[in-house]
Ligand binder design. Structure first.
Ligand SMILES: [Zn+2]
Length: 397
């Protein structure tokens, strides 16, 4: 039995998921009938569900009766289904989404707006914030992040709540110029997306074995210009890159803009398929890789769409640490992206991953994922090398 400190989840969507906590969860339904049983029973004015894996099933209007409005969120957060009744409701305030929901490029570019729109159906107050913090504590997380803030009221709410040091806020670049200095000081930085997700087959890798639609959100010249402008804001910069093509675009741009890089944190989020050459160049530039050990499991769950080779090079932690020299806790940090959040989702994947190149030692895990004090509580781990199983228990002070 070993004890480790509680976690700092460096990439999550705290407010969105706390709001969406009230949504129905399809995460454990791998048959459409199970999902429909849940959905059709819902009595809310608008049925909102999350955790949908389109690898298992899809929806059509005829699945629902005419007076039930339904919005369903893919587990990747990069794909959405809504029926006609829900479309009527969405149209009142966000018609562009209804027009463009089948246009994946549009969806990728407007993810932040879509997510805030949906979580806006669930209201937030001091009580629900404290409840949400308690909830995440029970899962072993002490410090949370929200990578998707697009509303300055939520920044003020966080500051006034007295819990700011427990929620890292990353915001949409559009919002940053509208903030006052105090708000600017309180956010970690801005976040942009340069490609899609594996769940929607829109991440920019070449290794899909089924129909795919890899999407680079920006052209080469657009990303160069965008990063140049964002560096001038003098705040942190978090760049979502899953595929190696997105990583290449971003690392190349940063190489060209090297002279403009100041002391701000520049993070690549996910970097699941970063190559060794890219990793070495990123290390030289001082880029921080913000990665999710729970996505090791993508090598299993997305083996329906990924080539064998891509299953094996997903989340190449050994290459990053042993060959490219990344140091957990310094320029290699860990989080969950909320899929799922908490110690259970990541410790098993880190210590006994599906692919050998994904393995982290317990010390590396602690350095990259844990807070540096044990005061608010700790996590007990029973690591069974024979059964290849980790059992965790969260002990709160
Ligand atoms: Zn995310």
């Amino acid at each position: 039995m070993v004890s480790i400190p509680l976690l700092k989840d460096n990439h999550n969507h705290f407010y969105t998921y706390s709001g969406l906590n009230k949504a129905l969860d399809l995460f454990n339904t791998n048959e459409k009938k199970q999902a429909l049983d849940l959905l059709l029973k819902d009595k809310n004015e608008i049925t909102i569900a999350k955790g949908w894996f389109d690898a298992y099933y899809n929806f059509t209007d005829s699945d629902f009766n005419n007076n039930q409005a339904v919005i369903i969120i893919n587990n990747s957060l990069h794909k959405y289904y809504f029926n006609s009744k829900a479309a009527n409701i969405i149209c009142q305030s966000f018609p562009a989404w209804v027009e463009n929901n089948n246009n994946q490029l549009w969806v990728e570019k407007n993810l932040q707006q879509i997510i805030s729109f949906i979580s806006g159906f669930f209201k937030f107050d001091k009580n629900s914030l404290e409840h949400a913090l308690k909830d995440s504590e029970k899962k072993g997380i002490y410090i949370n992040s929200d990578m998707y803030i697009s509303d300055s009221e939520l920044i003020d709410f966080t500051i006034e709540s007295g819990h700011q040091e427990r929620i890292d806020l990353w915001i949409s670049p559009r919002l940053f110029p509208e903030l006052n200095q105090n708000q600017k000081d309180k956010v970690k930085g801005v976040k942009i997306f340069t490609d899609g997700a594996l769940g929607a087959c829109t991440a920019t890798i070449s290794g899909y074995k089924i129909n795919s639609n890899p999407i680079l959100t920006y052209s080469d010249s657009q990303i160069l210009q965008t990063i140049e402008e964002l560096l001038e804001l003098n705040t942190g910069l978090a760049i979502h890159c899953i595929g190696d093509k997105a990583s290449e675009q971003v690392i190349k741009s940063l190489e060209e803009l090297k002279q403009s890089i100041g002391s701000q944190d520049i993070r690549i989020e996910h970097s699941q398929f970063i190559t060794k050459d890219q990793a070495i160049r990123a290390k030289k530039l001082g880029i921080i890789l913000s990665m999710q050990p729970n996505f090791n499991w993508d090598s299993v769950i997305y083996s329906d769409r990924l080539s064998q080779k891509h299953c094996e090079i997903n989340n190449p932690f050994r290459m990053l640490i042993d060959d490219a020299g990344f140091i957990p806790g310094k320029d290699l940090i860990f989080g969950s992206d909320g899929m799922p959040s908490g110690i259970d989702g990541c410790i098993q994947q880190s210590i006994f991953p599906p692919v050998p190149g994904q393995k982290l030692s317990l010390d590396e895990f602690i350095a990259g994922y844990c807070i540096d004090k044990t005061k608010p509580g700790y996590i007990q781990l029973e690591i069974d090398e024979l059964k290849k199983k980790v059992v965790s228990t969260v002990i709160l002070a």
